[in-house]
Design a protein around this ligand. Structure first.
Ligand SMILES: [Zn+2]
Length: 115
């Protein structure tokens, strides 16, 4: 039952743009890219599943697939895979991730909320 639900979620998310959340039709081209997760994120339990990532500066939540251990992308050093509907969305998401990591890398997540 749980596996069935997970499968439906994965099937849905694999066709959803991680930036604009548009549903990508089954036969359309997708634009995906790999990324490295920061070392303090524990993804071992999540391999092959989607995780949500909060981009606090962009005020967005995005989703990424945690790359399975036996995948070539994992061997290339990537932990996460983002799926987008267009090159434009891929660039904007990369930009947001880059900005987020530049600002927040190594900081306490509690500092995300402005005081
Ligand atoms: Zn998009």
């Amino acid at each position: 039952m749980v596996d069935q639900n997970n499968r439906e979620i994965v099937d849905r998310l694999i066709h959803t743009c991680a930036w604009c959340t548009l549903l990508i039709p089954t036969n359309s081209e997708t634009f995906g890219f790999g990324a490295r997760a920061s070392h303090n994120v524990d993804l071992i339990e999540k391999k092959g599943q989607f995780v949500s990532i909060n981009l606090s500066l962009a005020q967005k939540t995005t989703v990424a697939l945690v790359i399975p251990e036996d995948s070539p992308a994992r061997q290339a050093g990537f932990d996460l895979f983002f799926i987008t509907c267009s090159q434009d969305c891929a660039e904007q998401l990369k930009g947001a991730l880059h900005f987020e990591l530049d600002v927040y890398d190594g900081l306490d997540p509690d500092l995300d909320e402005p005081k």
